[in-house]
Design a protein around this ligand. Structure first.
Ligand code: C5P
Ligand code: ZN
Length: 453
């Protein structure tokens, strides 16, 4: 099967609608989903359509019930949709799905739906393309002049951590093309820092989470004093020696937690710079994500469309959310993770915080080579977020399947990628879920872990 054929079919379908049609765009509320929505908004607008966008967070069921009641002629789903194909079918509207999550239905055409899921076309949705990447391919099929939107495609992939260890597959093609066309440039290797003071850059850094420093402003101030570096200096204004000192210290802090080499390699690296945005894409991807997870996905999207106007607002929201999350992470750092045979876990008060924290914990805490789970009990249901390292995925771990299996056992819904997945389950306590998942993690044979570890 050829993805280009279906992209063309989808573009022709959209093009066949009269220009007074309002194109409904439904996307996910993380950086990838927001970047997908930005690409679709821009490209649909350039075609002369008006649009109406919604950014959804898990669980999607309620939002989909609302969508079913709407009267839409054409709906584009990005960074989601393959997991909701039955509900979309019931809506009866012409629909285009641009998704990179594992699809259950393997047909690219289902009634009036064109399902462009990368995995159906031999493109690995874990590492080779994001929702924004697929939206970008669609935008380019609509009009080849849409190449400027590659910026959002790359930022979406960064949001989904697909660039760890270097760009791969379609992502690499998009990166190379954008670089050749000078839509992006690449900086000298640096830590993930924008235009704030070096104290703020380190103290507010969630990803990387610098053990003993992130969320601990006084510690950071003490460290900088020891290094004779004024804390209010911006990273970009530090001299070579000062940068070297800071780099060494941060790397040492990270090494204490035995983090994976692939994550270590991300700490000091080249950053993507563009004319559209006021800072590098790594920094902005985090700001967009934390502003959205803090409750303001609309603001993150507005920022993508008009960075100058919304920069301060989006940063302020991001900072507020980070303060809260860092408080939780510091507490967890002090208390330690709960440990079972095949996994480590913690309980979080809010599902979206657990989702956010589990990614950070997986990469920057000492997880003893095990997958990380966050559990949030609420209204008789338990939301689970889980994250693995690439090393565990290479050894055969598939968290998406684990979540689907858990849903089958207890009721509810679960799914996602091999490396990051989630679910909301019914009729089960945290303890029951922990025990069940610990048992099935490695293909139902808990002892298998020993041969994998
Ligand atoms: O909820 P959380 O953010 O931890 O989800 C991680 C991943 O699992 C996401 O990619 C999400 O799309 C997927 N997921 C899913 N079905 C669910 C919950 C999460 O496919 N019910
Ligand atoms: Zn995505």
């Amino acid at each position: 099967m050829n993805i280009e054929n279906y992209l063309r079919q989808a573009a022709e379908k959209l093009d066949s609608f009269p220009r007074d049609t309002i194109v409904r765009i439904v996307s996910h509320y993380d950086t990838d989903g927001i970047c997908s929505a930005a690409i679709l908004m821009k490209s649909v607008e350039r075609k002369g359509f008006d649009f109406h966008v919604s950014l959804l967070s898990h669980p999607f069921e309620e939002e989909f019930e609302k969508l079913k009641k709407e009267d839409n002629d054409i709906i584009i789903f990005s960074d989601l949709g393959s997991g909701q194909i039955e509900q979309i079918r019931e809506m009866g509207a012409d629909s285009i799905i641009l998704d990179h999550h594992q699809p259950e239905n393997k047909n690219p055409v289902v009634d009036s739906i064109i399902q462009i899921n990368s995995n159906l076309f031999g493109i690995d949705g874990n590492f080779e393309i994001s929702g924004a990447g697929l939206s970008y391919l669609f935008a380019k099929t609509l009009d080849e002049n849409n190449t400027d939107l590659a910026v959002f495609s790359l930022m979406g992939a960064i949001g989904d951590k697909q660039n760890i260890g270097g760009w791969k597959g379609k992502n690499r093609e998009i990166f190379e093309e954008a670089r050749k066309k000078e839509i992006i440039t690449v900086s000298k290797p640096s830590i993930k820092a924008g235009n704030d003071s070096i104290v703020d850059e380190i103290a507010y850094s969630v990803d990387p989470f610098y053990p003993g420093l992130s969320g601990r402003r006084e510690e950071v101030e003490r460290l900088l004093k020891e290094l004779s570096i004024p804390g209010d200096t911006r990273y970009g204004d530090l001299n070579k020696e000062e940068r070297k000192d800071i780099h060494s210290f941060l790397v040492l802090a990270l090494l204490k937690n035995n983090i994976e080499p692939e994550i270590m390699n991300e700490v000091i690296k080249e950053r993507i710079i563009t004319d559209h945005f006021p800072s590098n894409l790594d920094v902005l991807s985090d700001i967009i994500d934390s502003c959205s997870k803090g409750g303001n996905p609309g603001l993150s999207l507005a920022f993508c469309m008009n960075p100058q106007k919304y920069l301060e607002a989006v940063k302020e929201n991001s900072k507020r959310f980070r303060e809260k999350i860092l408080g939780e992470l510091v507490k967890l750092e002090e208390k330690g993770l709960e440990e079972k045979k095949n996994l480590v876990y913690f309980v979080s008060g809010k599902a979206s915080d657990g989702s956010y924290m589990s990614s950070v914990v997986s990469n920057y805490f000492n997880c003893k080579g095990k997958a990380v789970f966050s559990f949030t009990p609420k209204n008789g249901k338990v939301h689970v977020s889980c994250r693995a390292t690439r090393k565990l995925v290479e050894k055969g771990l598939d968290l998406g399947s684990v979540m689907r299996e858990t849903a089958k056992k207890f009721g509810g819904a679960g799914g996602g990628h091999k490396i990051a997945a989630g679910g909301t389950f019914e009729n089960a306590s945290v303890e029951e879920l922990v025990d069940f998942i610990d048992g099935i993690l490695w293909g139902g044979n808990a002892n298998q872990m020993q041969t994998h570890a």
